[in-house]
Design a protein around this ligand. Structure first.
Ligand SMILES: Cc1cc2nc3c(=O)[nH]c(=O)nc-3n(C[C@H](O)[C@H](O)[C@H](O)COP(=O)(O)OP(=O)(O)OC[C@H]3O[C@@H](n4cnc5c(N)ncnc54)[C@H](O)[C@@H]3O)c2cc1C
Length: 357
């Protein structure tokens, strides 16, 4: 008999499902034919613990332990990258990470030779790492399956009712469970509405990305962005991944890149560097879904026992997944955060769905 149903097969759903399956019979439902089809499969893949809303920093730092010793992965998930923030005239520098150093224009171009000589300064952070998103997602799928979990794809939840137990309609079939975990990404408010619950007011925001040919010797460059967050680029194999760093509000959908956003990003990167980008090899867009206060939504719905939210991951859902998955599982188990996260200063109230009611 199913104890817990997890809705959503992105990184949030699979990480939570893997930890929940250590104690319970868990079924994971994914609407698409492949897991990680939406935001998770479209990420930039950076582990940058000082980035994002301050309330989630304890999750980012605590997740490092899993990334460094990934169970159920046969290869390391982290590799060196670094972040270089360019400061151009009229911009001010806001260092993010603990390892941040202010450097002069010559040092900036010593790290990334193509940066324009109009740059006034740089912030160099060696610590941020590349994170293997597919490897992380697969590690949690393996962990989940090893614990006996069941994954159903092409399994869109279309109705949720509450009787003695939760009863979900999935393409004509019914599944019952004591606990529902709403890890539906951009659709998490829609899933709550299916259960007759109030929305928390999530805002999906589109971000555009594309690949271009990488110049020789660029494979060791860090992620490069400007301090106004108007673009970024970073090596990705033999290519450079580029982005407008846009945050355009969107409906939950299969996000598509807009030509104008790709063109704008190329113009900004070409102004800031001598890369001279003329053509794009591939392009895509993904949704980064935020709560109105920028924090995440993790916890039991105040008006529905056994309905748990795991949503609002914004731009940090990959780098927080191990700790967020463990937090969700412990909240289902005991109603409290794991002691390690409490000791790290996690403020559970900053995650509570009740803060929006
Ligand atoms: C360009 C870009 C760069 C990014 N860079 C980073 C980064 O460097 N580091 C980082 O940590 N994060 C990054 N992110 C953010 C990260 O990708 C997200 O925070 C994360 O993927 C969210 O995961 P999720 O599982 O919540 O959502 P998703 O991956 O979208 O998964 C939700 C799933 O729920 C399913 N679903 C929805 N409704 C239903 C239903 N009714 N029934 C069944 N299934 C349903 C969907 O089909 C979907 O597969 C980036 C995002 C983008 C777009």
């Amino acid at each position: 008999m199913t104890d817990v149903v997890v809705i959503g097969g992105g990184i949030a759903g699979v990480s939570a499902a893997a930890y929940l399956a250590q104690d319970w019979d868990v079924v994971l439902l994914e609407a698409e034919s492949a897991l990680a089809y939406h935001s998770t499969g479209r990420s930039a893949a950076l582990y940058y613990p000082g980035y994002g809303h301050p309330s989630i920093h304890p999750l980012s730092y605590a997740s490092g332990a899993f990334f460094e010793n990934p169970e159920y992965s046969d290869h390391p998930l982290l590799s060196p990258r670094g972040v270089l923030t360019l400061v151009f005239p009229g911009q001010t520098a806001m260092p993010l990470g603990e390892s941040a150093q202010l450097i002069d224009p010559a040092a900036v171009r010593g790290i990334v030779s193509v940066v324009s000589d109009t740059v006034e300064a740089g912030i160099w952070e060696p610590d941020p790492m590349d994170l293997d998103v597919a490897g992380l997602h697969q590690a949690y799928v393996r962990m989940f399956r090893a614990a006996g979990g069941t994954i159903l794809t092409v399994a869109r939840v279309t109705a949720i009712e509450r009787g003695d137990r939760w009863r979900l309609s999935v393409d004509g079939d019914k599944i019952e469970a004591d606990v529902v975990v709403n890890a539906a990404g951009a659709w998490a408010d829609e899933v709550a509405a299916l259960a007759g619950l109030a929305r928390v007011g999530l805002i999906p925001k589109r971000r555009t990305a594309f690949m271009v040919a990488a110049p020789d010797g660029s494979d060791r460059w860090p992620l490069v962005h400007d301090s106004a967050s108007s673009f970024y680029f970073k090596p990705d194999g033999s290519q450079l991944m580029c982005s407008l760093a846009d945050e355009t509000p969107s409906e939950p959908c299969d996000a598509r890149p807009q030509e104008i956003d790709v063109a704008l990003a190329i113009d900004r990167i070409n102004t800031a560097t001598s890369l001279g980008i003329r053509s794009v090899r591939s392009q895509w867009a993904g949704l980064r879904t935020f709560a109105s206060d920028g924090g995440m939504v993790i916890g039991e719905d105040p008006s529905a026992e056994g309905f748990f939210w795991l949503a609002g991951q914004g731009g940090t859902g990959i780098q927080t997944a191990p700790a967020a998955g463990q937090l969700l599982a412990e909240l289902v188990r005991t109603g409290a955060a794991p002691r390690t996260l409490q000791a790290a200063g996690l403020d559970l109230a900053a995650f509570a769905p009740a803060r929006f009611r």
